[in-house]
Design a protein around this ligand. Structure first.
Ligand code: SAH
Length: 346
């Protein structure tokens, strides 16, 4: 049997690469920008590109494909209008995306992988293990499908859904550059946050990319032993190595890092741990985001008491570190990522 040629995932290409593709099949260069803008109008097939000659459509259909995504389930919060999608990808994998309305603009929380291999103790995304990396096109489609469904524009992106963005490094960086393209979705880098569980060597690499995004680092513990207990990634990249990479990142980019800390009752929320965290981060250009942990039905931990959250916050503030407690949107629709997908496949 003849070997099947892999189809090019055209929505993952930059305009210049589409140009190369079009020239390589013997067509005119200027068609590339027409094709690029059609892709961002959400066409499902090349034949929907009405100003493109039939011959080019036929050639493109032979060598390239337009990825798609479909809404498997949708939940709308009655409390704050947050919308959560369970999306199905072309190969049947399921991912989650959350749309939130904030005063500073509509924000979308994207998944970067189907499943996750990081194994954080408190996180639902890890429950059924890792399936595969998402393609840049599949990250773009999460936004395009949501914008079309709600007839609203997204202005901010957080890569805080299912998966570890820095474990899918090349696709994520390509996505960031694509989503920023002015002929594409044109979302400013300063409106994008990327959250990592702390893969230190990839933070070093990211610092070299010259992307003015906001880096969030999931810390969740202020000492190595506790961090190892709840986040397996800490065995590979120690807290010391991680913070060294963070300092280097701040130095290279001049940008403030946001540290995420999920407060879990009796696990990481004592005054002593807050004090240690304050000492650890003191003097750094950073912000601390405290997240009262969201319950996950498969796990038994509980979120911290209001009084412990209060003490924790005040203790960190003593070190002149800016700190906020994250407001939880979509609490009636299980908006924290990973839970829908886990429920769907169990
Ligand atoms: N893999 C990346 C991004 C995905 S998770 C990371 O680890 O940063 C986005 C944030 O939600 C992370 O800070 C993660 O630790 C946190 N998180 C995961 N499960 C949670 C839960 N049950 N309650 C509160 N925060 C949680």
């Amino acid at each position: 049997m003849a070997e099947q040629k892999a189809m090019t995932d055209i929505l993952s290409l930059f305009p210049g690469e589409i140009e190369e593709l079009i020239v390589s099949i013997g067509e005119k260069r200027f068609r590339a920008s027409q094709v690029f803008s059609w892709l961002y109008k959400g066409v499902k097939s090349f034949s929907d590109m009405s100003n493109i000659p039939k011959e080019l459509i036929a050639k493109l259909s032979e060598s390239a494909q337009i990825k798609s995504i479909s809404i498997e389930e949708k939940f709308v919060s009655q409390i704050d209008g947050t919308v959560k999608y369970l999306y199905r990808l072309d190969d049947g994998e399921m991912i989650e995306t959350v749309f939130m309305r904030y005063k500073h603009g509509n924000t979308i929380c994207l998944s970067t992988q189907a499943g996750c291999k990081m194994g954080c103790d408190f996180c639902a995304s890890t429950i059924n293990g890792f399936r595969r990396n998402l393609l840049p096109s599949e990250m773009l489609l999460q936004i395009m499908c949501c914008e079309r469904d709600l007839a609203e524009k997204v202005s901010n992106i957080v890569l805080m859904g299912i998966g570890e963005p820095l474990d899918n490094y090349d696709n994520v960086v390509r996505f960031l550059r694509l989503v920023n393209n002015e002929k594409g979705l044109n979302i400013g880098m300063r409106h994008i946050s990327l959250s990592t569980c702390g893969i230190a060597d990839k933070i070093d690499r990211l610092a070299q990319e010259n992307l003015p995004i906001t880096l969030s680092v999931s810390l969740h513990a202020s000492d190595q032993k506790k961090r190892e207990e709840i986040m397996p990634v800490a065995r590979k990249w120690s807290l010391e190595q991680l913070l060294a990479s963070c300092r280097q990142y701040i130095k290279k980019t001049g940008r403030r890092i946001s540290f995420e800390y999920a407060l879990i009752s009796g696990v990481n929320d004592s005054g002593e741990e807050a004090d240690r965290l304050g000492k650890l981060l003191s003097g750094m250009l950073c912000h601390v985001n405290l997240i009262p942990v969201n319950p996950v039905k498969e796990k038994s931990f509980k979120k911290s008491e209001k009084s412990s959250i209060e003490v924790f916050t005040r203790t960190i503030e003593k070190y002149r570190i800016s700190v906020t407690v994250r407001r939880r949107l979509g609490s009636d629709i299980n908006a924290s990522c990973g839970q829908l997908r886990a429920n769907h496949s169990s």
